[in-house]
Design a binder for this molecule. Structure first.
Ligand SMILES: *Cc1c(COP(=O)(O)O)cnc(C)c1O
Length: 367
């Protein structure tokens, strides 16, 4: 997999400017990089306000970005992790009193203060307290001296697939105002969500009062998470996955024989398209999420994948032979899986000679 650090830095710089104009703090979410140093450095180079990750293991390995770029833990901390959370992040997302009490105790032990963002559940049905339960949770947290309620936030579009709308965010701003009245001071952050909030920002419809966003998907892939369409101003080719053809030949599109479960326990189904020119790539489900790959050559179609083989339709192009390499733009699932796979070599290409950056081929010297 090729990674263009310069393009990622430019995406961050663009998003940062977009956010700054609206008074929004940008937390760049680097969890899909699985702790890869080159990726985090490119994000820092772009100039974010905060670095966010869902895993303590990743936070532990972050390059030191200095006090101007606080580290944010996205996944709710388990009480047993409290000490590591306080050591490895300056601010964490929370919804459970037991975890907050553990964070407070850990922060006291370590002689630190820890900031928390309280998550409110607004319809996606993943993490967060119900809006009605927020005041009583806050009352209890006020008695935890090492914690500071830095703000509130919500997360949509992840489990329930619920869209981030101006209405939902306006409701969040209302909750923030009530919380400020309860605390008798302003909140630092009202965190309006993930990449799903960017379309609102781009259209100038982000409700006033939302002053923090946590953005991963759109920064890495340059796409609108709801439509997969490119977002204006962002690179969509920060990452590219390449694999070599190990077989090319004509095959019938329909399998022949008695159909049983495939290698992953599914009953496969195929459309009869007669004969097809097919290629097999040395890439499979152990390497990436093949379903979310987008071939760079639009004439190439995806047929299916097993553990170690990706079968593509080359009927519309006769130009590929065994040994040729095909490139794909990974979707989010493909990116994460490829980052995790020990079989996929990750290469930073920014400082490669120009000749090696041509869109579909890599010069032999660099293979
Ligand atoms: C992953 C995550 C994000 C970032 O979401 P993207 O869709 O990648 O922008 C934001 N907030 C939380 C709580 C997350 O877990």
């Amino acid at each position: 997999m090729y990674f263009d650090a310069r393009k990622l830095s430019e995406n961050v710089r663009y998003l940062k400017r977009l956010c700054a104009v609206r008074g929004v703090t940008l937390a760049t979410v680097v969890k899909a990089g699985c702790g890869w140093d080159a990726l985090v450095r490119a994000v820092l180079e772009g100039g974010c306000d905060m670095l966010a990750d869902s895993r303590l293991e990743n936070l532990a390995g972050l390059p030191d970005a200095g006090p101007q770029v606080p580290r944010m833990l996205l996944r709710l901390p388990a009480p047993s992790e409290a000490e590591a959370v306080v050591r490895l992040s300056e601010i964490s997302l929370n919804s459970e009193y037991a975890a907050l009490a553990a964070l407070n105790a850990a922060a006291q032990r370590l002689g630190r203060r820890h900031r928390v963002l309280l998550m409110v559940e607004m319809g996606d049905r993943r993490e967060g307290v119900a809006p009605a339960a927020l005041p009583s949770l806050v009352e209890r947290i006020r008695r935890l001296p090492a914690l500071e309620v830095a703000g509130i936030g919500t997360n949509l579009g992840c489990l329930g697939g619920i869209r981030t709308t101006a209405d939902k965010l306006t409701e969040l701003v209302g909750l923030a105002a009530r919380l400020e009245a309860q605390l008798g001071r302003p909140l630092q952050y009202v965190s309006g969500g993930n990449s799903g909030a960017l379309p609102l920002l781009l259209e100038g419809r982000l409700p006033a009062g939302i002053n923090h966003l946590r953005v991963g998907f759109a920064m890495l892939l340059g796409r609108d998470p709801y439509t997969d369409a490119p977002l204006p101003g962002l690179h969509t080719d920060v990452f590219s996955l390449e694999a070599e053809l190990i077989e090319v030949g004509t095959k019938q599109s329909l399998p022949h024989g008695e159909i049983v479960l495939d290698a992953f326990g599914q009953v496969p189904s195929f459309e009869d398209r007669g004969e097809q020119l097919r290629g097999i790539l040395g890439l499979g489900r152990l390497d990436t999420d093949c379903a979310t790959l987008r071939p760079e050559d639009g004439r190439v179609g995806l047929i299916g994948a097993s553990s170690d083989h990706l079968v593509v339709d080359l009927t519309a192009t006769a130009e590929y032979q065994v040994g040729d390499r095909l490139r794909f733009a990974p979707g989010y699932g493909a990116l994460v899986q490829a980052m995790l796979s020990p079989y996929v070599e990750k290469r930073s290409v920014t400082r490669m000679p120009l000749s090696a950056r041509s869109p579909s081929r890599v010069s032999p010297a660099l293979r």
